[in-house]
Design a protein around this ligand. Structure first.
Ligand SMILES: [Zn+2]
Length: 331
């Protein structure tokens, strides 16, 4: 799809020419949004070389459009992809393109169990079956509500030894078959006005704190990640009714805020599920990040991108960038 030439977008790392594309990656635009310094985004190589980097594996949403994988991010620390946040469909391919290894992961955190955030998990874990690592893997996800399972039930439905989709991958639950047993941390996901942070130390260099967000009836978590002193906020899918999230992260000034750019401003949009651009800007003003990265794009939101950026800048005037699959932000 065509983007306004004034907006900085990611690097072209997609398509059938992967090996070539990595070499030939070129930026497709440069930002005139505020007077931002250029964002160093050069794909997996830059993230691997950095102390800390955030790479976008999937920058798309629930509709198969625009060549984007479903939502997924990885936090690189000292050359290893150590934390996977969400695993949307297509993230399996991007995971391989980035040279990531399941054996390097210390934790997987899923924000919620909509398929555009979770349907790629089995493929990625299956890939890890061919690696030799038995170290436990921490799995973080929301507790269940309404028709949605909690993290434990979600995994059991896929990998349980009986009555599941793929019982042959049951070693990911019980440690059998030389697979990595997952230690499940199921977090209550009721968004309250109190703002509850649940920090989980993964390693001395990596802490993941879950924060409930409001996403319609879907139990959902945002995440505050601390990696070697850098702070990254993944807002996840959330509506503007996420008062507790804002309160918990008020004036945090993290290095990066990743927000989901799902709907344009205007009538007829599902505001009970997602923030329109103006509300993304208001959230950014409350949290005050060094950089804002927009991801989880849809054709409907990208088609009105200039208008959306203008609505964001009413509240937040810091650097704002547009994620593509493969985008790396070095922190
Ligand atoms: Zn989504």
């Amino acid at each position: 799809m065509e983007l306004p030439s004034t907006v900085r977008t990611g690097w072209l790392l997609r398509g059938p020419c992967l090996a070539m594309c990595l070499i030939a990656a070129t930026p497709v635009g440069s930002s005139t949004h505020a007077d931002n310094p250029p964002l160093p985004r050069v794909g997996a190589d830059a993230c691997r070389a950095a102390d800390v980097g955030v790479q976008v594996l999937g920058s798309g949403g629930p509709i198969a459009e625009g060549g984007r994988a479903g939502t997924s991010y990885v936090v690189w620390i000292d050359g290893q992809g150590q934390l996977l946040i969400d695993a949307g469909p297509g993230s399996f391919i991007r995971f391989g393109e980035a040279g990531l290894k399941v054996g390097d992961l210390k934790a997987i955190a899923l924000s919620h169990f909509h398929a555009d955030h979770s349907a790629g998990l089995a493929g990625i874990l299956n890939s890890g079956s061919f690696e030799q690592t038995s170290e436990p893997l921490i799995f973080i996800g929301p507790a269940g509500a309404s028709v949605f399972p909690g993290a434990t039930a979600f995994l059991a439905a896929q990998f349980g030894r009986s009555n599941s989709a793929w019982p042959y991958l049951g070693g990911y639950l019980d440690g059998g078959d030389s697979r990595r047993p997952m230690i499940v941390r199921e977090i209550a996901a009721d968004d309250t006005e109190n703002g509850i942070l649940t920090p989980i130390e993964i390693t001395p260099d990596l802490t993941v704190a879950a924060v409930p967000v409001h996403h319609g009836e879907v139990p959902s978590l945002g995440y505050l990640v601390k990696a070697k002193g850098r702070r990254i906020v993944f807002a996840s899918d959330q509506s503007a009714f996420s008062a507790g999230f804002e309160l918990a992260l008020k004036d945090l000034s993290p290095d990066l805020l990743v927000a989901h750019h799902v709907i344009p401003a205007g009538e007829g949009q599902p505001i009970g599920l997602h923030r329109p651009p103006g509300e993304i800007g208001r959230m950014a003003a409350v949290i005050s990040p060094q950089r804002l990265l927009l991801s989880h794009h849809m054709r409907r939101s990208l088609s009105r991108l200039e208008e959306g950026l203008a609505a964001i800048s009413v509240h937040y005037t810091g650097p704002t960038d547009i994620a593509d699959d493969g985008t790396c932000v070095v922190l």
